[in-house]
Design a protein around this ligand. Sequence first.
Ligand code: NAP
Length: 315
Amino acid sequence: MSSTRNVIIIGSGPAGLTAAVYAGRANLQPLMIEGVEAGGQLMLTTEVENFPGFRNGILGPDLMGEMRAQAEKFGSEIIQGNVTSVDLCSQPIVVKTSEGEFRARTLIIATGASARMLGLPSERTLMGHGVSTCATCDGYFFRGREIAVVGGGDSAMEEAVFLTRFASKVTLVHRRDTLRASKIMQDKARANPKIVWMLDHEVEEIKDTGKNEVTSMVLRSNKTKEQTEIPVHGVFVAIGHTPNTSLFRGQLELDQNGYIITHDGAKTSIDGVFACGDVQDHIYRQAITAAGSGCMAAIDAEHYLDHVPEHLASV
Ligand code: NAP
């Protein structure tokens, strides 16, 4: 077992890497465990145009590469590994990974959330090439184009309405003939003349992986089983997110949807444990807000360590 760290950061998206930059510059020599999906959701994106500082845009993987190099420059140690369990109640905190066991005085959780996907191979291939899970991030690329939104919840309604600012037509595809969304959100979407409805339909295929761009989608009616192909240039999958909190269930306070509850900055229900990014934010879900909350988590950890209980300071 290695010696006790000041800070362990789990997760390596914009939240975790920003926490690493700040904790590194505070001379805390953080250890980051980057997880299997290193770099987080931006690794699945192409152009990022809304991260301040890059007026010509930057590719998602390049942005994450820059953040990673910056974190390492300031003394972060980054290891690949899958965290298998954590004991948040022990002092120091124990983090077990596929690469061994680590102990820390503070823990920053930046494990993110995963957008639920339909599970089609073409959806995966065309992610970032016409398929998106973030209207705020990618809507602008579809000015004057025909697109589709998949889902029947509040997110799908919100994204569909938002996307009508850019798209010439938004087809809303939902697998049932009744929507899960709240009435007020449904009414807003139904009142929008740019939105057309394909209820009781499932997405069978997104084309065209051969061209590496979205050209159409094939839908199947759940009633008649009939197939319909509609031309679209973009498909926004809005069928919900799953916060990556299974490791912390039963130890940390989570909300009803499984997101970590934070208060007074990045503090969680356990002293010395902080959370940042999408794992505690189901509203904004942006790289820049994740980065901002990563900064908060590092500063909160630094303040905590300034007043660390005596028995922990020496371990
Ligand atoms: P959600 O409420 O869980 O809805 C997910 C939708 O996707 C459902 O309509 C579901 O269909 C569909 N879906 C799930 N898996 C699917 C699959 N494999 N194939 C096809 N369709 C699938 O998720 P959400 O819309 O992201 O909302 C999450 C939470 O955030 C909710 O509590 C919501 O109220 C809240 N929210 C609030 C606002 C707001 O108030 N402004 C905005 C966004 C989200 P079924 O209905 O058939 O299950």
